[in-house]
Design a protein around this ligand. Structure first.
Ligand code: ADP
Ligand code: NI
Length: 216
């Protein structure tokens, strides 16, 4: 059910992100929202929270705001307060926005809920499969990276700084991140969708290297 608040949130997010770069634009939000609603229904999550959380999850990415990790949760909270939602609900969605892009480093994720699990799965799934491949090469082109360079080997286990400064070819990103995501899904529904998208990327890479070597 689309409520008045959902509509207002949708408008707010659309207006804020309509000029954003291709990987995090309005259509990423729309895909994550649809996927999260689909997963959330199967996982019996609170779909009102899932929809608002998915809509607001990238409202202000720290990458584009000088590393300020609080700007996203703050923007979401301020918007929801104007809508006069219950404070527990606002607090929950604020926590979702704060913890959505947990990078799985040494420390444990400090907040979890079923709704966050669902939205996080949807966000990760949008980096996989056909869409994930399109986004990766779009990002690589935007950042001036090569498609592939055989002499530059993928580097796993980079720290946050190395990951940020890494300028390796886009194919390496599959080995450094995308192929690892299927092991990090939270919900059974998310895991099974990830399996399919993962296999699609594995097939893509096999085809890619076959063509690269002139074998097909
Ligand atoms: P998040 O959604 O966790 O903020 P990112 O901003 O890192 O993810 O990535 C957004 C999109 O750009 C994803 O689809 C991701 O795979 C892609 N991307 C990020 N870094 C790279 C990279 N080094 N090479 C290719 N694609 C990338
Ligand atoms: Ni996202």
């Amino acid at each position: 059910m689309i409520t008045k608040i959902t509509r207002k949130t949708e408008n707010f997010v659309y207006e804020t992100l309509k000029e954003a770069e291709g990987g995090h634009d309005w259509w990423h939000i729309q895909r994550v929202r649809n996927l999260a609603m689909n997963i959330g229904a199967k996982e019996n999550a609170d779909l009102f929270v899932v929809e608002l959380g998915a809509l607001l999850h990238d409202i202000a990415d720290s990458k584009f705001h000088g590393g300020d990790e609080e700007i996203g949760p703050r923007t979401a909270r301020e918007f929801l307060q104007q809508q006069k939602l219950e404070s527990a609900l606002i607090g929950h969605i604020e926590q979702i926005v704060r913890h959505i892009s947990f990078k799985g480093e040494k420390h444990k994720q400090a907040f979890r809920s079923k709704e966050l699990d669902v939205i996080q799965d949807a966000d990760r799934l949008d980096a996989l499969g056909a869409i994930g491949i399109a986004r990766a090469f779009n990002y690589g082109g935007h950042a001036g990276r090569l498609i592939y360079k055989p002499t530059v080997k993928p580097q796993k286990n980079m720290n946050r700084e190395e990951y940020k400064n890494n300028t390796s070819p886009t194919i390496n990103h599959f080995y450094e991140k995308l192929l690892l995501l299927k092991e990090r899904m939270n919900t059974p529904t998310g895991k099974s969708l990830a399996e399919h998208r993962h296999q699609y990327m594995v097939n893509f890479l096999e085809e890619f290297f076959g063509e690269w070597d002139g074998e097909r």
